[in-house]
Design a protein around this ligand. Structure first.
Ligand code: MLT
Length: 236
């Protein structure tokens, strides 16, 4: 198995993803939130790029969710905080989600053989799913508005480490994947602090979402691996 890592959505080329397992990472917060929604019993999450698309696609009984500038979109049922996606709120519901970077990253991975949503919260489960799929892996870090985001790189590094420890034969690593694994090892003991001091962590904390950062820093809390089937993410 070969593992490559892409630093931002704008760096992503179709050929780096075609025929591979692509794990899309927007650790703060979109891909963490999608995992939380499935853990809470949502029937599926449809990731879309724009607010207009979300409104058009949503059917009677669906929940509209998402953010712009990290805040809930006016008129939507839910924002993008994993805390909002409780069992009471989402069990049995289909969710149409639009976020600034995360859902755009999922759309960008459309040439992949399989698209998974990765986060700190489900890193080991994502690695196990990728190993079962037996293909080369591309970790797509969403970043923030086409700028690299530390939390996504560290999460990619964690997933590389999980893939290394769960693979029978040592995977071959691209340079950026190796660099992110080394960066994660450096920050592992103080992960929550590192996330709180990242640009996204500071922005979310300043908007009152510090607890989201802390929650999203919880390594391997979930077994759920969101996987794209058609246009909808459901458990792998
Ligand atoms: C995004 O998709 O850009 C993020 O998840 C933003 C956020 O944290 O709300």
């Amino acid at each position: 198995m070969r593992i490559d890592c892409i630093s931002t959505i704008s760096e992503a080329l179709g050929q780096q993803m075609a025929g591979r397992t692509v794990i899309v990472i927007d650790a703060l917060r979109a891909t963490s939130t999608i995992a939380a929604a499935l853990v809470s019993g949502a029937s599926g999450v449809i990731p879309v790029e724009t607010v207009a698309q979300a409104r058009r696609i949503a059917e009677e009984g669906d929940l509209l969710a998402g953010e712009r500038h990290c805040e809930k979109i006016p008129g939507f049922h839910l924002g993008n905080s994993p805390y909002e996606f409780s069992r009471d709120a989402v069990s049995g519901k289909r969710i149409v989600l639009t976020t600034t970077n995360g859902t755009r990253g999922i759309q960008k991975a459309s040439q992949a053989a399989t698209v998974l949503a990765g986060s700190f919260m489900n890193a080991a489960a994502c690695a196990a799913a990728a190993i079962r799929l037996q293909r080369d892996v591309t970790l797509l870090c969403c970043g923030t508005r086409d700028v690299f985001a530390l939390e996504d790189g560290l999460c990619a590094g964690l997933i590389v480490r999980e893939l290394q420890s769960a693979s029978k034969r040592p995977p071959e690593l691209g340079d950026f994947a190796a660099a992110m694994a080394a960066a994660y090892s450096q920050c592992e003991a103080g992960l929550e602090e590192a996330l709180l001091h990242s640009d996204s962590g500071i922005r979310l904390s300043s908007l009152g979402y510090k607890e989201d950062v802390t929650l999203c820093a919880g390594v391997n809390r979930f077994d759920a691996v969101p996987c794209l089937y058609g246009d909808e993410m459901k458990p792998f």
